[in-house]
Design a protein around this ligand. Sequence first.
Ligand SMILES: Cc1ncc(CO)c(N)n1
Length: 245
Amino acid sequence: MTTVPYAEWRRDAANPAFSEWLRQHSEPDWEAVISHPFAAAITTGKVSDADMRRYLVQDYQFVDSFTALLGAAVASADSFEARVPFGRFLGQTATTEEKTYFHRALAALGASESDMRSPELEQVTIDFRSLMDEARTSLDYPVILAVLCVAEWTYLGWASRATGPAPENFVHREWIELHEGPEFRAWVDFLRGELDRIGPELDEREQLRVLDFFRRATRLELEFFDMAMSGEPAGQSSGESASAS
Ligand SMILES: Cc1ncc(CO)c(N)n1
């Protein structure tokens, strides 16, 4: 969509929240991420082991940079109240639950030690890590928030669209559970609330800079799911999940 400055957009917006301005200006990619066929296939347990392994091997590298970005949020937030939730999420989820999930899931999928430690990076993984590094080294709180918020809000988006019975395979089921439910929703609400608190106070140039990071992150989320369903790893067929995109 063409960019309408926030101050102008908010005048006739039903919900004038800054995070809503960012999200609407990231369409149609936003909707394409949360309704992506790869994400939908996770919710129904239909991703092949080969595809899930390729996705999680790359995502483990994503999560490394994401965790570093959470540290930058602790460092750059403007108050003690704001630092605490990042620190809590960093300690509880990112470095415990999620880490053990990756170890168990990648082992179950037959990933090797080098798949975990030093895999060959897909282009989108390189691009996403460099966007996160750019946000992290800026130590610019609104920019850091924008990238974190896209990652978490889009994942809440697809995971909360799961309707049928939970997949039996823990690799699918726990990946959904990590990205939905009351606690994860509260975390996303916090991230959005921070953008809503800080965004309107920025000048127009800064608001557009935040939007630029938000859009680039949304585009990379889309490319990440596309990558996950596009590959044909050596000797394996990705079967029904192949797509023309
Ligand atoms: C690519 C990607 N985006 C978002 C999340 C959620 O943290 C994730 N694990 N991976």
